[in-house]
Design a protein around this ligand. Structure first.
Ligand code: ACO
Length: 328
């Protein structure tokens, strides 16, 4: 069985916030943000939700794949910033697009979410339980960011990307997803965290939990984790695929920070020009970064049939993953 991405789509809020705009909110500068992160501007929601952005991205992915919403078997929305605890964002998307025959659920693996969603879909499709799936990475991080904390608020953006994934009969030419590698390190999870609501019930006198329920990050620890772990994970996926870094045409990585991407490229001994980037325009959108970038490359005709691609995500959890695929 071949598992292929046959359609991609993305949706971003219209509101663009530049580094100069950020400097009006907190003590920072365009120069600091640009040099440390590579980010120049990001999109920030003024009403778009994880569900509404996801639905738009899904409709575009379906249109590209030539499918109707009723054809969809499975919808997975990877997000760590849904508007609602219940119902999940994937069920909201199902309702909006009218995918009445689908089963839908959310998955939270933070910035690795799209990759983990894709691997979940891969496993489902390999077993034959479902024939196709929409896998989405979507975030409205602007609502879980402390807009007075300059060390985090400058980093993130809102957006959604989707891929339509189908199981197809094997052909002589290898195509689709070839290998996957994933890992988690829960023991180090608190270097990047965000507290949910406090524990409160009639059996405790004081609610338990943090007062400040925004994203907290130890940036340097996250940097070290990413630059060390991601190359190992990519190498593992390549070994499983029987390929080397030289065989790969594009490394489509989670867009956290230009310095992380440069660090990973250096460790893999790959020219950084093979690492497409869009974080200068959209910032770090957590689970949405990979599918948004993939859709940009796809629609710009930059992914050619037969090209070998590595997708790799890493983030809170800590979680990390890589996937090798041949574009079809
Ligand atoms: N503008 C100006 N100054 C700032 C800003 C800002 N936006 N943010 C922090 N500073 C200041 C700090 O207050 C500190 O000042 P001090 O020396 O007077 O105390 C100084 O800059 C250095 O702060 P550090 O936190 O040490 O800055 P660092 O050089 O580590 O850069 C950064 C921070 C860019 C976050 C870096 O740690 C990094 O690249 N981390 C990787 C993690 C990352 O990119 N995470 C993204 C989200 S997680 C993910 O997607 C996986």
């Amino acid at each position: 069985m071949m598992i292929n991405i046959t359609g991609t789509g993305r949706a971003l809020p219209e509101n663009t916030v530049t580094n100069f705009d950020m400097a009006k909110l907190v003590e920072t500068s365009d120069e600091w943000i640009r040099e440390r992160t590579g980010i120049v501007e990001r999109r920030i929601s003024t009403g778009d939700t994880v569900a509404s952005l996801s639905a738009k991205a899904c409709e575009l992915a379906l249109e590209m794949a030539g499918k109707k919403a009723e054809d969809v078997d499975l919808i997975i929305v990877a997000t760590c910033s849904p508007e609602m605890l219940l119902p999940c964002a994937a069920c909201q998307v199902q309702g909006i697009i009218g995918a009445k025959n689908a089963v839908a659920f959310d998955l939270n693996a933070a910035c690795s979410g799209f990759l983990f969603g894709l691997s979940t879909v891969y496993a489902y499709l390999q077993t034959g339980l479902y024939r196709n799936a929409l896998v989405v990475g979507a975030e409205v991080l602007s609502k879980i960011i402390d807009w007075t904390d300059r060390s985090t608020c400058v980093l993130f953006g809102d957006g959604a990307g989707a891929a339509f994934v189908e199981a197809c009969e094997e052909t002589e030419e290898k195509a689709g997803i070839i290998s996957i590698s994933q890992g988690s390190d829960g023991a180090r999870g608190m270097v990047l965290s965000c507290q949910e609501r406090k524990l409160s019930n009639p059996y405790i006198t004081e609610a338990i939990g943090e007062e400040n329920n925004f994203v907290h990050m130890d940036g340097q620890e996250v940097y070290k984790f990413a630059v060390k772990q991601v190359p190992v994970c990519i190498q593992d996926a390549l070994n499983k695929a029987g390929l080397t870094v030289e065989d790969i045409d594009h490394f489509v990585l989670h867009q956290a920070n230009v310095r992380i991407l440069e660090g990973v490229a250096k460790r893999l001994k790959v020219d950084v020009s093979k690492f497409p980037m869009n974080l200068n325009r959209v910032g770090n959108m957590s689970s949405a970064t990979i599918p948004v970038l993939l859709d940009e490359l796809n629609r710009e005709g930059k992914l050619k049939k037969g090209e070998k691609i590595v997708l790799s995500g890493f983030g809170a959890g800590l979680t990390y993953g890589a996937c090798v695929m041949i574009w079809n």
